[in-house]
Design a protein around this ligand. Structure first.
Ligand code: FDP
Length: 354
């Protein structure tokens, strides 16, 4: 019989892990000269998210499904939950006092908030709206930028029209089977899960790394006939209709066909791609000539997170984070995911493969 002393001692797992609040505070303490405003802003974002989450969870009960009867700036019918999420974020961010400029996918013009507000927050309050009524995962996406001169200049649209490489923090929340908040403040990409009983986000996926290559592709293939020949060639390749080959950079041969996964909510498709690898694409097509997704509210924050996790994001020609925006509601093609899989798409676009 084994002696008592030889029985390995099981370490009791910590009952309470790192909260989102602690994680953000830790970042603040590591930043010399931090005033606490950024921490406070992120806490306000987290509060808004928890309020939205509570309504999303009860949507079928609280007469929050269906349409408001209005149309947004994109010409799309506004869902009640969209409108609710938008109002919550606007109210909470304005009350925080930290925002010089706020931009929402649901609001026509940039909101010029506090004169000396240091930050610009751009968000899509409820992404994947067409999935709301069917209980499929939906989300919130946001990006935070720092105004260049909050003491001297008044807030203006120009504060929001900055390339994504200037983002100081970005995140998304997936209201799925559980509520997951993925955040980056420029030091890696971290996932937090909401404990609904406590109302706190706890660190559940520290330092997420997107695999260098995946096995799935995610695209609305119903648009195939509207795509350019280059995109059609890429789609045929990823489905294994032509030899898999390698990227021109001489990386390992690909193993096609890839599996298809498409939810139709960017947050859900991007989240799976972030964790499992592969590629998510919403390219331009004959109907949506500049693509469908919005640069400032969807593409930039996601591109920031994917790059922080070691992945990549392109519009097919250019790195998403290098695009200089000219309009608040600008659209862009988006291809993001594993480094090699995004590179393969680019090689098809440039004609290096095909
Ligand atoms: P939705 O129209 O449902 O709001 O940005 C909008 C978005 O969803 C993305 O979340 C999603 O990836 C994409 O559009 C889905 O578009 P398709 O229906 O054209 O595939």
């Amino acid at each position: 019989m084994a002696e008592a002393s030889s029985i390995p001692v099981q370490k009791t797992p910590a009952v309470v892990g790192t909260t989102l609040r602690e994680h953000v505070l830790h970042g603040m303490h590591a930043a010399p000269g931090a005033t606490g405003e950024f921490t406070s802003l992120l806490n306000h974002v987290s509060l808004a998210i928890r309020i939205i989450n509570s309504r999303v969870r009860a949507a079928g009960l609280a007469d929050l499904l269906g349409y408001t009867g209005e149309t947004n700036v994109q010409g799309e019918s506004v869902q009640k939950l969209d409108a609710f999420a938008n109002e919550v974020l606007l109210n909470v961010l304005e009350r925080s006092g930290h925002c010089g400029v706020i931009g929402s996918e649901e609001v026509d013009e940039a909101i010029l908030a506090h004169h000396h507000g240091k930050y610009v927050v751009l968000f899509d309050p409820l992404d994947g709206s067409s999935n709301i009524d069917t209980n499929v995962g939906i989300g919130t996406i946001f990006a935070i930028l720092r105004r260049s001169d909050p003491k001297l200049s008044r807030p203006s649209l120009a504060d929001a029209l900055r390339p994504g490489r200037e983002i100081v923090a970005a995140g998304y929340v997936l209201y799925g089977p559980s509520t997951i908040f993925v955040l980056s403040t420029g030091q890696g990409c971290h996932g937090f899960t909401l404990d609904p009983a406590i109302g706190e986000f706890f660190l559940s996926q520290p330092d997420i790394k997107v695999p260098a290559r995946g096995t799935c592709y995610s695209v609305n293939e119903g648009n195939f006939s509207r795509w350019t020949p280059e995109i059609q060639k890429w789609a045929r390749w990823i489905k294994g209709e032509v030899p898999a080959g390698t990227n021109p950079d001489g990386s390992e041969p690909f193993k096609t066909p890839y599996g298809a996964r498409y939810v139709g909510s960017m947050v859900a498709d991007a989240h799976r791609t972030l964790l499992k690898g592969g590629v998510f694409a919403y390219p331009a097509d004959a109907k949506s000539k500049s693509g469908k997704l919005r640069l400032l509210y969807e593409a930039n924050p996601m591109a920031f997170l994917f790059e922080q996790a070691g992945g990549a994001a392109t519009n097919g020609k250019e790195r998403i984070l290098d695009i200089m925006p000219t309009e608040l509601h600008q659209r862009t093609p988006v291809i993001l995911g594993s480094r090699d899989d995004v590179a393969a798409f680019r090689h098809f676009m440039s004609g290096e493969r095909g």
